[in-house]
Ligand binder design. Structure first.
Ligand SMILES: C[S@@+](CC[C@H](N)C(=O)[O-])C[C@H]1O[C@@H](n2cnc3c(N)ncnc32)[C@H](O)[C@@H]1O
Length: 589
């Protein structure tokens, strides 16, 4: 691309931008004096909470900049029944049955918590961050310019990044921090290379995490999950036809089930497109396939039948990989037959997972074999195969990333992802029904059914965060006077402030009726809350946070943790994997 073409484009944009901005500013000017006085609206209702936001007799003005009109309204204060008041903000928490690895919060401060509350320690909180994220937001003008450059010169977003022209022009996603060695998938955007539908789909899939629970773009946690795998159909042709109540048109497959060959010429691309869709969505109705493939549905239907006649799909819809942690309900926790061994990979991350290094791990019985519920929560290792940190990512970039990114360090230290088989008999639910109610310590958690001794009530889940982040989040804990941090070891804690199960509502008692146990399940630490004795429906679940919690709460010196894993979970560098497993399984909080 010649520099002069770029300069022309930039100048065009600049003159347009000047004119546009001048007009926009003009439109913001005050309405002229000789306008009719603004109409007065009926009094507007303002809901009054504990702190009135408005006073009787106040007015406010609504200015419509576009139509240059103004209206004025009196404020009327309405008292509402306290039970209709909004929930306290601390209750906002995303429900999640599993832990999410966060590591550290980003260095730029994404937003300022309690910004309208002068009692919050803003200075202390600010000091935890390097910059304000909003100071570094991409300029929308530059984004517009970069979009135009891409379309005019047929460039990908990555080309723009690489060229760095004009200065400051970057793609929208560029401000997201990618792990070292990664590049934007758009760099290889198939739409520029004329790749076929299969390749395009594979590449597009790189933009998304394969774990449907994961909301992270460029997810590095679940990257070892397989990309796209063919799925076998689960319904017959007849069922498909019966599920379509009426024909979608004169070319509908319902009306034209003849054996005549498909007349229209289908290009190789068309055929591949249909096959790719059928691989991923074999139960799709021909009428839907017709829309995707832009072909009459009877043709699609016929080719669909021909395709499955050749490809002979397996009868049942089987997942392409054995179920893993992510695929399981907590109720299916175990009995596990966890299989771990070592992959001795030269290309792996430096300092390989020490859980995996001494494989194979000998099978060991669960600690309390008679106690079914407890047993279900326990993982034990046996046997052969390894998936442990296997080089199964998405190409070289992903592998390079593994060696460097902090997330991978967590995985190296704590996770030895392993194949697990779930015993089909393990069907009984592991969790007890619970509900959250008001208590003298804020909210608390109560049993909705009787529980036996040593039953798993529920899991305590949250974000897995590193110590520096527990410290920065501690300002919020202090301000709220509520903490949801459960320490796993000196480096990592589970924080259920923003994400987790109802386990976060469990209050402390020095004579508890439950305890929290950490189990190493399929390579991940999971915290289960178990009953210490038989409990009646309606009992509040309580565990002992340990002495340091309230000490630190009072001193304000240290991050307070509702649970602290002692000793064994502070994993020494040379811990042997088998003792590690045992210790993890036995360690109580
Ligand atoms: C994990 S949360 C428990 C749920 C909390 N009650 C709520 O409303 O969200 C821990 C917080 O609950 C409060 N808490 C729990 N047990 C307590 C106790 N025995 N005495 C005083 N405060 C307690 C403290 O504020 C503590 O920081």
């Amino acid at each position: 691309m010649s520099p002069s073409a770029l300069e022309d484009l930039y100048n065009q944009f600049k003159s347009w931008n000047e004119e546009y901005s001048t007009n926009a500013l003009r439109s913001l000017s005050q309405p002229s004096e000789n306008r009719a006085p603004p109409p007065v609206l009926p009094p507007q209702r303002v809901v009054r909470g504990d702190k009135p936001k408005a006073h009787e007799g106040e007015t406010f003005t609504i200015r419509d900049v576009e139509n240059q009109t103004e209206t004025r309204a009196d404020v009327q204060i309405v008292d509402v029944n306290p039970s209709f008041r909004p929930h306290a903000s601390y209750e906002v928490c995303t429900p999640s049955d599993r832990n999410f690895i966060v590591g550290d919060d980003p260095k730029p401060m994404l937003f300022r918590p309690f910004s309208d509350d002068p009692t919050f320690n803003h200075q202390g909180y600010d000091e935890e961050y390097e910059v304000y994220a909003w100071d570094h937001l991409p300029d929308p003008d530059l984004e517009l310019l970069s979009a135009e450059i891409m379309s005019r010169f047929d460039l990908s977003p990555c080309d723009i990044d690489v060229m760095g022209l004009p200065k400051g022009v970057k793609t929208r996603r560029d401000h997201a921090e990618l792990p070292a060695g990664w590049k934007h998938p758009a760099a290889d955007d198939a739409s520029h290379s004329g790749a076929g539908p299969r390749e395009q789909l594979q590449r597009l899939a790189l933009y998304f995490c394969n774990n449907p629970n994961c909301l992270t773009g460029y997810c590095t946690v679940h990257e070892e999950m397989p990309l796209l795998h063919p799925v076998a159909p689960s319904v017959s042709d007849d069922t498909l036809a019966n599920s379509t109540p009426e024909a979608c048109g004169e070319n509908c497959f319902l009306l034209k089930l003849s054996t005549r060959p498909v007349p229209d010429p289908w290009t190789d691309n068309d055929v591949e497109m249909l096959e790719v869709v059928l691989e991923q969505s074999p139960d799709a109705l021909p009428c839907d396939l017709a829309v995707i493939c832009r072909k009459p549905c009877y043709e699609v239907s016929k080719r669909r039948r021909e395709y499955f006649a050749i490809h002979k799909p397996e009868k049942s819809r089987r997942r392409p990989h054995p179920p893993r942690f992510n695929d399981l309900e907590s109720s299916q926790f175990t009995p596990y037959d966890l299989v771990i061994s070592l992959s001795d990979r030269p290309d792996g991350p430096a300092g390989i997972c020490h859980v995996a290094t001494k494989a194979p791990v000998t099978p060991r019985p669960t600690a309390s074999a008679g106690k079914t519920m407890r047993t279900r929560f326990q993982a034990y290792a046996s046997g052969k195969v390894a998936v442990a940190l296997e080089g199964k990512g998405r190409g070289r970039a992903a592998r390079a990333a593994r060696a460097t990114i902090p997330i991978w360090n967590v995985i190296r230290d704590y996770v030895c992802a392993a194949v697990q088989k779930v015993d089909p008999t393990g069907s009984k639910s592991c969790r007890n029904a619970v509900e959250v109610r008001q208590t003298r310590w804020g909210l608390g958690l109560f049993l909705l059914e009787d529980a036996d001794e040593d039953e798993l009530v529920l899991e305590y889940t949250g974000e897995l965060i590193f110590e520096p982040t527990t410290k920065s989040r501690d300002h919020i804990v202090t301000h709220r006077e509520r903490g949801y941090l459960f320490q796993l070891n000196s480096t990592v804690s589970v924080d259920s402030s923003f994400l987790g199960t109802a386990g976060r509502y469990i209050n402390h008692d020095e004579t508890p009726n439950c305890k929290a146990n950490i189990r190493l399940v399929n390579g991940e630490h999971r915290i289960g809350v178990f009953t210490l004795k038989p409990l009646k429906k309606g009992t509040e679940i309580l565990f002992d946070y340990g002495p340091s919690f309230f000490m630190s709460q009072n001193s304000g010196q240290e991050s307070r943790k509702v649970g602290t894993a002692k000793g064994p979970l502070d994993i020494p560098e040379d811990a042997s994997d088998s003792s590690y497993h045992e210790e993890c399984e036995e360690s109580d909080i």
